[in-house]
Design a protein around this ligand. Structure first.
Ligand code: SF4
Length: 739
């Protein structure tokens, strides 16, 4: 089944292209209008499947990418690191020197001394080629923001039933949003699907400390204390087991570990859960009953549970709820789709089999927090091959990563071996993980930093080379859902890249060639590479991108009845043999917060994306900044009064990791004692270079995010961003650069 190309409205003199917006991670199908070789407009698709899937960030993209400060040429640092002194060089000069310096570091310290940080959108849709080169050269130290956003969730879901499921919104009867708040201008396709499901009668349950916009529309809103999802889900299971609301046939025939799980769940009577979460036990009971009896239901992926002290247990409990209620791989539930059988997946391109076991064992963090590393996923390989056809199934690109904190420690000279060469592609690394002071120290300790970017980000300001990245308007893209589902979509190139901007394909190919290993990336162009990946379909890239807007793999439910699940037992593992083999508790559990510190009486949560921005991007776009000129912290009226702050004041948020300045907004929707701070703030208009970093040292939330053991998930080593102790101090005057 597939959705062929839908006819598009056209105007005289205007060419239209079918494109995927890569400004955020949901990749909406949109139409670009091209006049005289330049994109003049981005609009919603004409195809009814995708109509209305667009937000303000997508609409302003042509202007955002035409900004006068866009990086147009390769730059080489000529002063001290962070001095802001650059000279323009050619791509050939840059890559020849980068290759020689990287090879010298590899020769001296081993290939593991090279780490790469990237993300899978914007400049960084690198198609698995970065990992392919690293695997051939021998470095396991690839990290990404997906370590705390979907990639890690995929890796943990696989431990329960062998694949990361995809919510069947069009047919579901009940949606559970855990802290996630898709909006008209944020995760738009998900927002539209939720509203459509509600319009035909589906229930909505929202777990969120704030009265979010989805909470306002929910059948049940559970205002749980930030970071207590795991306890809440134990409470749901307690209700579901005690009242016999689970799918007994499925549990009996297709799961292992039910009795042990049930004993663990019995440790969470509702009065305990109510005490931990702060929610009314009757409301908890009501929500659990709706979930279990109004199915098929879905718990769509949420970035919230990804980023907690109890992340692994919380994600496991979501997967267990889906399973015991019989919602896995059924219509209206959560489909296990596998790869598209006619497209070579990025997992295969990545060539993980080329990396030796000896080098895999060196992957940073695999000794302490192994869940998504090679070591953590090794027990799934043969079972994944049995069911899904490939041993190294790298879903959402996060299943075989190094641990970011361990990587930054090694960069700072505090690891088990040194990392001395660091590449950052479309990933403003300095602001994108916990413990920014450590990342900064690690970057200042490098012999070689290469950044591939569209703008001079704080991370780029510390580089040896800054390479100009193309945009999603300027390149084709074969989107394979990051290995999550069997949907494949083409994005047509709309215009030629501006200046000397080039794609990540080009960066990796140039580097491989300059290192004398051009054989590793033998394709001449992205289009050639896509021809190769589409070979099983019998179509070329040109044919495919002209013919389809979305290309589905065969959708079959209850496949496990033929193949079993891709776990060691072949069943859903309520008790995880993989986690047990790694020396962890095989059952979900709950860790309390560390004892309160009277110096930091408030709790903050961060990681929230605002409608105007995605991650650390878009602060340079006037239309978007006009809507949100400053980083805003949210507090309740009660907290504002108690802290002596008022709407519009500037305040410093402080904790033992660092501090950040924010402007206060008082929100009725916030509970008392909780502070919400926004993610990823820097100000492109402010002074660049070390000591300034365009306002990142004043405003970035990563300065407040600890990564010591009390604030890391044990199994994955992801940071706890949903309930960090802090205090607030009112500033007498706005900080430098305030608008
Ligand atoms: S939600 Fe907005 S930014 Fe994200 S892909 Fe869609 S149009 Fe682009």
């Amino acid at each position: 089944m597939s959705a062929p190309r839908h006819p598009s409205r056209t105007k005289p003199g205007v060419e239209t292209k079918r494109t995927l917006c890569a400004t955020c991670d949901v990749s909406c199908n949109v139409v670009t209008e091209v006049k005289k070789g330049r994109v003049v407009r981005v609009r919603s698709s004409d195809n009814p499947i995708f109509r209305d899937n667009i937000c303000m960030k997508g609409i302003v993209a042509p202007k955002a990418f035409a900004h006068p400060n866009r990086l147009m040429h390769p730059l080489k640092r000529v002063g001290e690191r962070g001095s802001g002194k650059w000279e323009q060089v050619s791509w050939d000069e840059a890559m020849t020197d980068i290759a020689a310096r990287l090879q010298a570091i590899i020769d001296r310290d081993g290939p593991e001394a090279w780490a790469v940080s990237t993300s899978q959108w914007n400049t960084a849709t690198d198609h698995g080629l970065g990992r392919r080169l690293m695997n051939h050269l021998g470095s396991p130290n690839w990290i990404s923001g997906v370590a705390l956003c979907a990639g890690n969730t995929a890796a943990i879901n696989r431990m329960t039933y062998g694949w990361f499921p995809f919510a069947d919104f069009p047919n579901t009867n009940c949606i559970v949003l855990i802290g996630h708040n898709p909006r008209r201008n944020s995760w738009v396709p998900v927002y539209n699907q939720i509203r459509r499901a509600q319009a035909r009668g589906a229930k909505l349950i929202v777990l969120d400390p704030r009265k979010s916009s989805n909470a306002e529309l929910a059948d049940v809103w559970l205002p749980l204390r930030a970071g207590t999802d795991t306890a809440m889900l134990f409470g749901w299971l307690k209700v579901i087991f005690d009242e016999g609301l689970y799918d007994k046939d499925f549990v009996e025939n297709w799961t292992v570990g039910f009795d042990e799980l049930r004993a663990r769940v019995d440790e969470f009577p509702l009065d305990r859960v109510a005490k931990i979460t702060g929610c009314d036990p009757e409301e908890i009971r009501k929500a659990a009953r709706i979930y279990a009896t109004h199915g098929p239901a879905v718990i769509p992926w949420t970035p919230i549970t990804d980023m907690q002290r109890n992340s692994t247990s919380g994600i496991r409990l979501q997967s267990i709820l889906r399973s015991v209620c019989g919602y896995v791989d059924v219509p209206g539930g959560e489909a296990l789709q596998g790869f598209h059988p006619h497209v070579i997946p990025e997992s295969k391109i990545e060539a993980h089999e080329m990396l030796s076991e000896e080098q895999k064992a060196k992957q940073l963090g695999s000794d302490t927090h192994p869940a998504f590393t090679y070591r953590g996923q090794a027990g799934l390989l043969e079972h994944t091959k049995r069911v899904w056809g490939y041993e190294y199934t790298n879903q959402v690109t996060g299943c075989f990563m190094a641990n970011p904190s361990a990587t930054f420690r090694a960069m700072a000279g505090e690891g088990r071996y040194p990392v001395k060469a660091f590449f950052s592609l479309g990933n403003n690394t300095l602001l994108s993980f916990a413990n920014m002071p450590l990342i900064l120290k690690g970057m200042m300790n490098q012999d070689l930093i290469v950044v591939h970017e569209q703008f001079m980000t704080p991370t780029a300001q510390l580089a040896d080379y800054v390479l100009p990245g193309d945009s999603w308007l300027e390149r084709p893209w074969l989107h394979d859902s990051f290995g999550w589902s069997s949907m494949v979509r083409p994005s047509q190139k709309s215009m030629e890249p501006l200046g000397e901007c080039e794609s990540t394909f080009s960066v990796w190919k140039r580097l491989a060639t300059a290192m004398g290993r051009g054989d590793i990336i033998p394709w001449d162009t992205l289009e050639d590479f896509y021809d190769y990946r589409l070979e099983p379909s019998g179509m070329s890239w040109a044919e495919f991108s002209e013919s389809y807007e979305i290309y589905f793999g065969p959708l079959e439910f209850r496949k496990y009845e033929k193949t079993g699940f891709a776990t060691p037992s072949g069943k859903v593992e309520l008790k995880s043999s993989i986690l047990e083999g790694l020396g962890f508790d095989p059952l979900p559990y709950f860790r309390d917060d560390p004892p309160p510190n009277p110096e930091y009486p408030l709790m903050m949560f961060t990681g929230v994306r605002e409608d105007e921005f995605f991650q650390t991007g878009q602060r340079h776009v006037p239309e978007l900044r006009a809507r949100k000129p400053e980083p805003n912290l949210f507090v309740s009226p009660g907290t504002a009064k108690a802290q002596g702050i008022a709407e519009g004041d500037w305040a410093e948020v402080i904790n033992p990791t660092g501090s950040a300045a924010m402007q206060v907004l008082v929100k009725d929707a916030m509970p008392d004692g909780l502070v919400r701070i926004p993610h990823g703030w820097w100000k492109p208009e402010m002074k660049q270079g070390a000591g300034h970093l365009s306002g990142a040292l004043a405003h970035a939330d990563a300065q407040l995010c600890p990564d010591d053991e009390d604030f890391l998930d044990r199994e994955q080593g992801v940071p706890h961003l949903k309930g960090i102790p802090c205090r607030i101090e009112r500033l007498d005057a706005p900080p430098e650069g305030a608008q």
